[in-house]
Design a protein around this ligand. Structure first.
Ligand SMILES: [Zn+2]
Length: 64
């Protein structure tokens, strides 16, 4: 429950009308991504978050 609340707040802060994908600059279906996965020791904080579009996020997951 805490994680859900946290993610909703982060989304409100980071994804705005002027946001774009960190990798390809797409503005379609933007998502917040952990630069270092939580499962790999990354922190659940703004400095470890980047904005990726759905496509790049999927590509990252596949290569992870
Ligand atoms: Zn992208």
């Amino acid at each position: 429950m805490y994680a859900n609340l946290f993610n909703r707040d982060m989304r409100k802060i980071l994804i705005t009308e002027s946001s774009s994908c960190t990798k390809c600059k797409s503005v379609d279906k933007l998502q917040l991504d952990h630069i270092i996965s939580i499962s790999k020791g990354g922190k659940n904080e703004i400095s470890n978050l980047q904005i990726l579009c759905c496509k790049c996020n999927n590509n990252k997951s596949n290569n992870d």
